[in-house]
Design a protein around this ligand. Structure first.
Ligand code: ATP
Length: 235
């Protein structure tokens, strides 16, 4: 069974419909990549899943309907959303940001998780008392992901994590994501312009075109298909 399943999802902004009946799945332990041109509806897809905008159709997570639920309920169900532009609190320190990620947890393991993330991302540990806004773009993106992970999600939604990052930093970021997926079985739905890199760590991908799925398939088959590459992936 899929961890996340979208069936016939439509969503938009006021009178403007952006998604026109989307079917999409993320299996347990899968990294799934959403590709597509600017304005295709990638960000809107993530917003619909996380309850930030109203959606019609079915959004089922771990067997439970999530469509129509508020963002807090979606987060509580185990979905963490890292929006475009990172969304860390720039005035707060690294550690304060990380603790905020765990704010709804009632278990006694928050400190242990903090140490874990400092081990996994040593830059964050070195800078735990530094204001998030004074860190580099790559460090802030790592922080945004670690903060999302502090809620112990089963599914991470990531919106263009490479935006504004240097190629080497982006590469490192995707390697960390692959490690998380392999070591923790974390499921990831990632929107990304850098198709090559994202499909390099992804299991499957969807190409969105004007709010509809134009192509989908295994990461390898998408990268290997010259027509798909030329028409949709730009390399
Ligand atoms: P990009 O790669 O440029 O981020 P995208 O595929 O993520 O593009 P979306 O952000 O989902 O695209 O936008 C899809 C369409 O919805 C676009 O035409 C956009 O102008 C429109 N849109 C996005 N946000 C809003 C909003 N808050 N109000 C009205 N229209 C919006």
């Amino acid at each position: 069974m899929s961890l996340l399943e979208l069936r016939g999802v439509t969503a938009g902004y006021g009178p403007v419909q952006v998604l026109h009946g989307l079917d999409l799945e993320v299996g347990d332990g899968e990294v799934v990549v959403v590709l597509g041109a600017n304005g295709a509806g990638k960000t809107t897809t993530l917003r619909a899943i996380s309850g930030m905008i109203p959606a019609r159709g079915e959004i089922v997570f771990d067997g439970v309907r999530l469509d129509g639920r508020r963002p807090e309920a979606v987060a509580k169900a185990g979905i963490a959303h890292v929006p475009q532009g990172r969304g860390t609190f720039s005035e707060l320190t690294v550690e304060e940001n990380l603790r905020l990620g765990a704010i709804t947890r009632r278990d006694g393991e928050v400190d242990a998780d903090l140490r874990r993330w400092y081990d996994a991302m040593p830059r964050l540990g070195e800078r735990r008392t530094q204001a998030a806004g004074s860190m580099s773009g790559g460090e802030q993106q790592m922080l945004a992901i670690a903060r999302a992970m502090m809620s112990r999600p089963r599914l991470l939604l990531l919106d263009e994590p490479s935006l504004g990052l240097a190629p080497l930093v982006t590469r490192e970021l995707f390697e960390r994501l692959r490690d998380l997926n392999r070591a923790e079985g974390l499921s990831v739905l990632v929107v990304e312009q850098n198709a090559n890199l994202a499909l390099g760590i992804g299991h499957r991908g969807y190409v969105l075109e004007a709010g509809r799925i134009a192509v989908s398939g295994d990461a390898g088959s998408l990268i290997g298909n010259e027509d798909v590459r030329k028409a949709y992936l730009g390399f």
